[in-house]
Design a protein around this ligand. Structure first.
Ligand SMILES: [Zn+2]
Length: 681
């Protein structure tokens, strides 16, 4: 199958850094390019398997890493635009591509001849007949593991069953994502009586007004955040509105047109079945074996260590909040009252902060400046380079010696057709083999203000910007030979670590003085407020840790429960969820799980199945690293260079825990996380 040369993916992009030529890409280009790309990749791998020459690093590993470039171009573009700016047409293409990719994975990793070729190379390396550097040896180790995990050693009948399971799972998870997104959009809360908006900030009102107009409605429309907590709950004094928004959020997916229960039940059951076929006790063990955690027992132990103190602290926080109102405390009161306590105790007022947190200034004087101070890199906007939407901006990144590092693509604003949350992805992975430099994307969901007015951020949005840019730096500062080992291509329970570390710079006093400046008066954020911002970091951590643990442990329950005890029908989902949270000791109704099963896209759509614990696992590394930076002088070029060289640059080209120990000189110490979240015994 050859691809029409007029298809923009047919040849490498001629734009700087091989940025996707968005202006020439139309939706109908994706599917033919993906289909031809899959055929090309399979042919290239077939040639490796059938090569008669003795196996070498060049004719096996390098050849493998050179394969699939057409597919890489098409998917790099498609998986950038589909989550960020989708349409029914792109959703339909997504539904077609997902099972194709699952089948491709099976075709590669169940190919006995290809496996034999990699095994043969590994034997030659171990016998000293072939030279292989550390990255090549690690490549062999991880790829051999991937073959085994994909069932290369299974009898043919089991392999066929595995292929069926994988293809079906790809369809189901993709359907879950689409249904959950549609359900979330449909559950947006409409307000027609302005009196209900008491306390709601101008920025939030403006966004709600724009959302209503976008759907041809009068009044205001509160689009739901993807998780259980909803931003507007911390602002609205109207208890009825808060209850309505909270109820809308937690009711998503439980009934009606956008009911996701049938999908998620089948997903959980098929994963359990697949784990059994591959010789694992359950899906969680299959996942942990390939991660830093190594076993699901280690995951359980880490989470379990946090539960008692988190719930105890949440209860103490609740009794404090309960004193602020006459009525009994309900989940929809928590964020509103917590905001009040925070305002009293730390003179912390989110509304007063916003004018000091203007997007352009936060980006250039905060996020970019931190990277300059640490890593010596600088940024220049390239208005001449296209995005897939007018809101998309492209920045060129330069190293200290003026050489180009890569492109940073920023898509900050929320829009219909964009998934909730924030994320980073690569369009091009850095690798020396093909001489490619990285093109990385950050997506946020900041409400777009009316034209001509400044974008003023919440403190949480500032943190998210630093967080996502931490992922971007992992991709941008990668310095490896193979694209499959590039940047953020690391285990799931490690990948959040560099992004979480980057959040610490949001609170750096020197940077805050630069980036937190009143957008109209030019006054810097008062020094006392900066102190309060830092002090407020420990506030409400019992609640925040409990809702995070709820989601992590619910995920583990779905993926450790034996097949015959998992729900078999939608009606059993609610009882399963309740029992799982109770058994884990996190069934505290005032701090509901951050995601309920029916809208838990991380685990039923994305790649975080049995791996939602990764955020807390990475935070152990993050808190430990934060302590190291602070003990060594904080934001300095010297500290940044060490972290860049030993951690970011190496990506997934070595065992990441080896990188970690090289950087830190020790294993991570969980006590820094306990301290940060106020969980010390
Ligand atoms: Zn992240």
């Amino acid at each position: 199958m050859s691809l029409d040369t007029a298809n923009p993916f047919a040849a490498p992009s001629t734009l700087p850094y091989q940025l996707t030529p968005w202006r020439s890409v139309r939706p109908e280009h994706y599917l033919p390019a993906v289909e031809a790309g899959i055929a090309e990749r399979l042919a290239e791998l077939r040639a490796i398997a059938e090569d008669d020459a003795p196996p070498t690093v060049i004719n096996v590993i390098d050849a493998w890493e050179r394969s699939g470039q057409l597919l890489g171009r098409a998917l790099g573009a498609f998986w950038t635009v589909q989550p960020a700016d989708t349409t029914d047409e792109l959703d339909a293409i997504d539904a077609a591509i997902s099972p194709m990719m699952a089948r491709l994975g099976d075709a590669i990793y169940q190919d006995a001849a290809l496996y034999a070729r990699v095994v043969a190379l590994n034997e030659r390396v171990e016998a000293g007949e072939v030279d292989a550097d550390e990255a090549a040896r690690y490549w062999l180790e991880t790829h051999l593991r991937d073959f085994v995990r994909a069932g290369v050693g299974l009898p043919a009948a089991d392999q066929a069953q595995l292929r069926e399971l994988n293809a079906r799972l790809a369809e189901l998870t993709s359907a879950f994502g689409r249904t959950a997104l549609a359900g979330s959009n449909a559950a947006a809360v409409e307000v027609t009586d302005e009196a209900e908006l008491t306390g709601v900030s101008d920025a939030t009102r403006a966004a709600a007004r724009a959302a209503a107009q976008g759907r041809g409605l009068d009044g205001w429309l509160f689009e739901l955040d993807s998780c259980t907590p909803q931003g507007v709950l911390s602002e609205a004094s109207d208890r009825g509105l808060r209850q309505r928004v909270h109820t809308a959020a937690i009711s998503r997916g439980w009934s009606g047109e956008h009911d996701t229960r049938t999908l998620l039940v089948e997903i959980a059951r098929l994963r359990a079945e697949r784990a059994g076929l591959l010789g694992f006790p359950h899906h969680a063990e299959y996942v942990a074996a390939d991660a830093c955690a190594k076993t699901s027992e280690a995951v359980r132990a880490m989470l379990g260590r946090l539960v008692p103190a988190a719930v105890r602290n949440a209860r103490a926080e609740a009794s404090e909040l309960a004193e602020l109102q006459d009525q009994e405390l309900e989940p929809w009161d928590w964020e509103f009252l917590a905001e009040k306590v925070k305002a009293q105790r730390y003179s912390f007022d989110s509304g007063l902060l916003r004018p000091y947190l203007e997007l352009e200034r936060v980006l250039h004087e905060g996020v970019f400046e931190a990277a300059t101070a640490l890593y010596g890199v600088t940024f220049a906007e390239r208005g001449d380079l296209p995005g897939y939407n007018d809101d998309v901006r492209v920045f060129e990144v330069f190293d200290g010696d003026g050489s180009g590092v890569g492109l940073f693509v920023a898509d900050f604003y929320t829009r219909a057709g964009k998934q909730g949350g924030a994320w980073m992805n690569n369009i091009v992975d850095q690798n020396h083999l093909l001489g490619q430099l990285p093109v990385v994307v950050n997506n946020l969901n900041i409400a777009k203000p009316p034209a001509g007015t400044a974008t003023l951020l919440s403190w949480e949005e500032v943190n998210t910007m630093f967080h996502e840019f931490g992922h971007a730096l992992h991709g941008l500062l990668s310095d490896v030979r193979y694209s499959s080992q590039s940047g953020a291509n690391t285990p799931r329970d490690f990948v959040e670590f560099p992004s979480q570390v980057n959040e610490m710079w949001a609170l750096d006093a020197g940077l805050l003085r630069r980036y937190a400046v009143h957008h109209s008066t030019g006054e810097p954020l008062p020094a006392a407020w900066i102190e309060n911002l830092r002090a407020a970091e420990v506030f409400n951590q019992g609640w925040a840790t409990t809702e995070m643990l709820g989601a992590s442990l619910l995920d583990q329950a779905w993926h450790t429960t034996p097949l015959d005890e998992l729900p078999a029908v939608p009606d059993e989902v609610e009882a399963f969820e309740r029992a799982a949270l109770a058994a884990a000791g996190v069934d505290y109704p005032l701090a509901p799980t951050r995601y309920r099963s029916t809208y838990f896209k991380h685990i039923f759509e994305g790649g975080y199945a049995a791996a939602y614990y990764s955020y807390l696992w990475s935070e152990v590394l993050d808190a430990d690293t934060g302590a190291w930076f602070l003990a060594n002088g904080g934001l300095t070029r010297e500290n940044g260079q060490r972290y860049r060289d030993l951690l970011l640059a190496r990506g997934g080209s070595v065992d990441v825990m080896d990188s970690y120990r090289d950087f830190r000189g020790a294993d991570p110490d969980i006590s820094h996380l306990l301290k940060r979240r106020g969980l010390n015994e």
